[in-house]
Design a binder for this molecule. Structure first.
Ligand code: COA
Ligand code: ADP
Length: 608
């Protein structure tokens, strides 16, 4: 997963005062010829070693004990770095969980002669504390954020962790879905036999490759893997390839000084301008069994003198396993594109028309929750009006206007969450929700709804409900319980498109960019409820009249909501938990059920 931060966040980061985060660690290195490849550019393997050491030092500074790399999320290399330039690496702990913590790493390059600086890549790694000699886990202290940017990272880290924990299962499920695979291009003339690209290489783990506890550095293993992958890629293109993307690395088990590491690589598939190389790393000692340490998939390109990607020869896969990997590389390419599109785009740039299907539903859910968390964490909210302790705040960003309506209610947070996360309950308190039907649950925490509302006129307010003035929305509702103390409950809403529910006559299809609730336990049985809405053209007139003080519809709707919650603060509302009764056979895709199972399992572990 390439969770690149949004551009507007980056801008804010730059504006912010210097962080005083005690976990921040910086490393600067001049790129020497011994660090470079044949193109006089810094080798990615060397860069990964520096990234891993900087991140590990940051993790250990927070933990106060030694840590190992558990995983490194997708990395996309935006630029290469030349000999003589300086690499600056900054790492800090975004969030500590129980025994693991997410470290955010930013790599930039500096040209000493022109004083130019530019970003090379951004990465997230997870480190886990090593057990004590007696085998006990070392639990981490909390890592409170210090600045607004850190608050956003802290909040979204919980969401990234959720996706990370199910990553392998999602990929496995999606690969087993044959409908994504279409190996129709096997019979290409002059295709290169995949065997020609096969590499097998062994490395002996020596003390300089390991920490003082004799565990092999994760960065060293990644560097060895990149090395064999580069050889395989070069054999296909007979040129020096450039590594563009590395899919998530997961360290399945430890390796130590004295281990022999067996590294195998082959080009799984070549597309027009890029190829996927797979690498498998196994460790063994003497006659002992081989232990599977890691598998990784990397995307290479070949660039001409102008930096334009060259057309690559096609691959003729080996029989059986080779053929399977060839097909899976096609599926992985599609998954990668979806992920990159949904996760690394600016939240507001992910088109609302993105169809929700099993291939991307986990990433859409991530996008839904993290968009709301980022909106909630913005620092420029302005109080616009206040009435009976219901506050209306506004936030102006480049091209969007967002509102936040907030009040404390006398209802326990978990109860408010339960009532508000079932969208069908909203017809009880929001007069704009004329009808709301559950289309289907996506998993335990994500649901698809169709909502009917009156259209909003240009002058503001709803128009009479003649057949031509109705609107409908297809909404993905995602809900999350707190991941740690101080976290709010979150209910996020965004539009998606569903092939089964095209726009229908008599309804204008409306779109919700980003909306929802955060619910924070304040005092005993009391919660602070905040409703957010990032204005899309449909709600803009409705919002702007409220802000201009011409109508108080938000105030009335919010009051109706509080009263509904108060009425039902103890006994279950009749509509509640209907989703649990939704028959499993009505779910559209069996693959989504498998993803659901793994997600539920992971969530069970991640809810503290
Ligand atoms: N990505 C991110 N975090 C992961 C993870 C992954 N793939 N797998 C496990 N974790 C986290 C869990 O969420 C848990 O975090 P928490 O305590 O904050 O809730 C923590 O790791 C421990 O999980 P647990 O299930 O108890 O441990 P495990 O038996 O799965 O072991 C490792 C996890 C990482 C310790 C184990 O796989 C390992 O030792 N890997 C090799 C690490 C190493 O040596 N790296 C250097 C290069 S070899
Ligand atoms: P899978 O075979 O399902 O892709 P593995 O973890 O076994 O998963 O291997 C990961 C990748 O490593 C493979 O896709 C392939 O590219 C490469 N690989 C695995 N085994 C070999 C081998 N014997 N020789 C060369 N490359 C290999």
């Amino acid at each position: 997963m390439s969770f690149r931060p949004q551009d507007d966040l980056e801008e804010e980061e730059e504006e912010e005062e210097e962080s005083t985060n005690p976990t921040e660690v910086k490393m600067s290195q001049i790129v020497m010829p011994c660090h470079s490849n044949h193109r006089q550019e810094l080798s990615v393997g060397q860069l990964l070693k520096w990234i891993d050491s900087t991140a590990c030092l940051s993790a250990e500074r927070h933990a106060g004990s030694s840590c190992v790399t558990a995983s490194m999320d997708d990395i996309h290399f935006e630029h290469t770095i030349s000999v003589g330039q300086v690499v600056n690496i900054k790492a800090k702990v975004n969030r500590a969980f129980n025994t693991s913590m997410e470290v955010g790493i930013v790599v930039s390059c500096e040209d000493l002669f022109s004083d130019r600086h530019w970003r090379v890549c951004h990465a997230y790694a997870t480190f886990v504390t090593q057990r004590t000699h007696t085998g006990n886990k070392v639990l981490l202290k909390p890592s409170p954020p210090h600045t607004q940017a850190e608050q956003v990272e802290y909040s979204v880290a919980a969401e990234r962790r959720r996706v990370r924990m199910v990553h392998d299962d999602i990929i496995k499920d999606l690969l087993s879905d044959r409908s994504f695979q279409q190996a129709d291009s096997l019979a290409v003339d002059n295709a290169v036999a995949a065997e020609k690209t096969k590499v097998e290489s062994v490395e002996l783990v020596l003390p300089p490759h390991a920490n003082h506890q004799v565990n092999t550095f994760g960065g060293q293993i990644m560097a060895w893997m990149v090395n064999v992958a580069t050889i395989a890629a070069s054999r296909l293109c007979q040129a020096h390839p450039t590594l563009r993307t590395i899919d998530m690395f997961t360290f399945r088990g430890p390796s130590q000084v004295g281990d022999r590491l067996l590294l195998r690589a082959i080009v799984n598939n070549a597309f027009k301008n890029s190829m996927e190389v797979g690498v498998r790393a196994e460790a063994y000692q003497g006659d002992g069994p081989n232990r599977h340490i890691n598998s990784a998939f990397m995307t290479f390109e070949v660039l001409d003198d102008h930096g334009t990607p060259c057309t690559l020869p096609r691959i003729r896969p080996e029989a059986l396993e080779g053929r399977r990997r060839f097909e899976e590389a096609i599926a992985r390419k599609k998954i990668r594109l979806d992920r990159k599109y949904i996760i690394s785009c600016k939240q507001t740039e992910v088109p609302l028309s993105v169809p929700c299907d099993p291939r991307n539903q986990v990433y859409l859910s991530y996008n839904n929750i993290s968009a709301l968390k980022m909106l909630a964490a913005k620092k420029n909210w302005l109080l616009s009006s206040e009435k009976d302790k219901v506050s209306l705040y506004t936030l102006e960003q480049k091209s969007t206007l967002s509102i936040r309506v907030e009040s404390e209610v006398d209802v326990p947070a978990h109860r408010a969450f339960c009532l508000l996360s079932e969208l069908r309950n909203r017809t009880n308190w929001d007069t704009h929700y004329q009808k709301c039907e559950l289309i289907r649950p996506v998993d335990d925490d994500d649901f698809l709804y169709r909502v009917e509302t009156p259209s909003v006129s240009r002058e503001g307010g709803a128009t009479p409900t003649s057949p031509r003035t109705l609107q409908d929305f297809i909404l993905l509702a995602s809900r999350r319980r707190p991941c740690g103390s101080g976290d709010p409950y979150v209910i996020a809403l965004r539009s998606v498109s569903l092939p089964t529910h095209p726009p229908t006559e008599g309804f204008n299809r409306g779109e919700v960019l980003c909306a929802g609730f955060t619910i924070l336990e304040t005092r005993n049985n009391t919660s602070l409820i905040s409703y957010y809405n990032q204005a899309s053209p449909e709600v803009l007139p409705y919002i702007s009249t409220d802000i201009a003080g011409l109508s108080s519809s938000f105030y009335h709707t919010f009051c109706a909501c509080s009263q509904y919650l108060a009425r039902n603060r103890l006994q279950p509302a009749p509509e509640e938990e209907q989703t649990d009764q939704y028959p499993a056979e009505n779910r559209e895709d069996p693959a989504s059920d498998r993803v659901t199972e793994s997600l539920s399992l992971a969530l069970h572990n991640t809810h503290l």
